[in-house]
Design a protein around this ligand. Structure first.
Ligand SMILES: [Zn+2]
Length: 100
């Protein structure tokens, strides 16, 4: 799952990547995660266009506005599709991580 922040670009009818001049984008569904209060919220199945070369994700303005609206009202009236257990690590206790 990709939890990278969504790039809000002017995507209307965009067909090539900004970074990779001639790379045609492909349609995809992406996921994003963000903090909502003290909790982590995952949003999946977001319609987007993805560059197959660099992986840059483009979400159209209407979708970004809809996402902002959902976040702004704390997903009131929305029903979570699934619970997702998330491991929480404490940096203060991680000195030995990576040791064998
Ligand atoms: Zn690209």
């Amino acid at each position: 799952m990709d939890a990278a922040p969504i790039q809000s670009g002017a995507m209307a009818q965009r067909i090539v990547c900004d970074r990779c001049t001639d790379s045609p984008l492909r349609e995809a569904r992406i996921s994003t995660a963000f903090w909502q209060g003290d909790g982590l919220v995952v949003l999946r199945n977001i319609p987007a266009m993805i560059c197959p070369v660099c992986g840059e994700e483009y979400v159209d303005d209407a979708t970004v506005v809809a996402l902002d609206r959902m976040r702004g009202n704390g997903f009131a009236g929305c029903v979570a599709a699934d619970p997702l257990p998330v491991p929480v690590f404490d940096f203060a206790g991680m000195e030995r991580c990576g040791d064998s």
